[in-house]
Design a protein around this ligand. Structure first.
Ligand code: BGC
Length: 369
């Protein structure tokens, strides 16, 4: 009985928390979308302009929100945690009506988001989950574990891993994972491991450095130079008398770092170049895929993500219901954040034109330049 009362209280407390996060600062007038939007300012805090995808994310969000009549204050923190805290403080002080945040460090915004909650400013987590806070109402992202399984299943198929043992084949591999302060990075890693662990166990996949844990393979801030240096070090220490067959990279930026390291070590495209994965289908990555120096990437259509995030902004400000398709996976330590997960898609030279060009993400002219 006691247990039942406790769980009822818990559910009630969680709903209040969620509603508190959802309560708009100012109440709107009539129900016309444009009228409700007019005069309201959305603060959009993005992590960095060093990677193309976040530039597109910011641009898409700004365009879509402005089209609805909102004013947009778009900020980039250039991967500086403290700068992002200050930017969000300024957005709150400047009277933002709603915040959309893609964190540099997902756990570093607890205090500033508490300030937003006190000021009754609803917060939407954009692509990266905001951890350890009850100030967040909704989360728009991609299926982050799905990114990992999609990468690994691509490799499984391309390298014919299912038949490798029978064919007496084995491949060397190394892993370059994302930032430890980004919840997405660990989920992606888990997705990869779910698929490849049996091949590691059966020695079809052999990691010469032995570095396969998330702790050993993560890359702070998803930094290209850090990945390049780690790859150089691994190549010189473990691959002087062997070739590296597979680079499991969690992001195009890390793939560029590994590409430089491989070139430095004398690997040549078309002869001994390894299979290299990636994420984001950046323009440069797509060009590398065409040239053969990267094998695949994960296309995340940031236009769709922005659409979903915008419906969440409208929901918290105008009392609408956004579409949610996950209420289980994204526990941020304080609550399970209602989420919309967009679907990631693998791209390689065979489907690049169809997926990327035909959908208008990049033009053929951009790829040819
Ligand atoms: C995003 C990835 C991106 C990475 C580095 C992650 O949070 O989900 O799409 O590649 O950050 O910017």
């Amino acid at each position: 009985m006691k247990k039942k009362i406790l769980s009822i209280l818990l559910v009630a407390a969680m709903s209040v928390t969620l509603l508190a996060g959802c309560t708009p600062k100012k109440s709107g007038g009539d129900s016309g979308t444009d009228k409700k939007a007019s005069g309201k300012t959305i603060g959009v805090a993005m992590p960095t302009q060093s990677s193309e995808r976040w530039i597109n994310d910011g641009k898409n969000m700004k365009e879509k929100l402005e089209k609805l009549g909102y004013k947009v204050d778009l900020q980039y923190a250039e991967d500086d945690v403290q700068a992002q805290v200050s930017q969000i403080e300024n957005l709150i002080a400047g009277g933002a009506d709603c915040l959309v945040v893609a964190a540099v460090d997902s756990s570093a915004l607890v205090n500033v988001l508490a300030q937003a909650k006190t000021a009754k400013i609803p917060v939407i987590a954009y692509d990266r989950l905001l951890m350890d806070t009850d100030a967040v109402s909704y989360y728009a992202t991609f299926d982050n574990k799905g990114v990992g399984t999609t990468i690994a299943k691509y490799v499984e198929e391309k390298m014919d891993l299912k038949n490798a043992a029978a064919n007496k084949k084995s491949y060397t591999f190394e892993m370059f994972m994302g930032s430890p302060d980004d919840n997405n990075a660990k989920m992606l890693y888990d997705g990869i491991m779910e698929v490849i662990q049996p091949y590691i166990d059966s020695k079809v996949l052999v990691c010469e450095s032995g570095q396969t844990s998330f702790e050993k393979t993560n890359t702070l801030r998803w930094d290209q130079q850090t990945a390049m240096k780690r790859c150089e070090d691994i190549l010189s220490r473990y691959y002087s008398s062997k070739k590296l067959d597979l680079v499991l990279s969690a992001f195009d930026g890390l793939s560029y770092g590994c590409k430089s390291a491989l070139e430095g070590a004398g690997y040549k495209v078309g002869t001994d170049w390894p299979l290299i994965t990636g994420q984001d289908a950046e323009l440069m990555a797509c060009k590398n895929i065409i040239a053969g120096s990267q094998t695949m990437s994960i296309f995340k259509d940031t236009r769709t993500l922005a659409d979903k995030a915008v419906t969440m902004v409208q929901a918290v400000l105008e009392g609408k219901e956004p579409e949610i398709n996950d209420t289980k996976q994204y526990n941020n330590g304080k609550l399970v954040v209602p989420s919309y997960l967009c679907t990631p898609q693998a791209v390689d030279k065979d489907n690049l034109t169809k997926v990327i060009v035909d959908s208008g993400y990049y033009t053929q002219a951009q790829l040819d330049k």
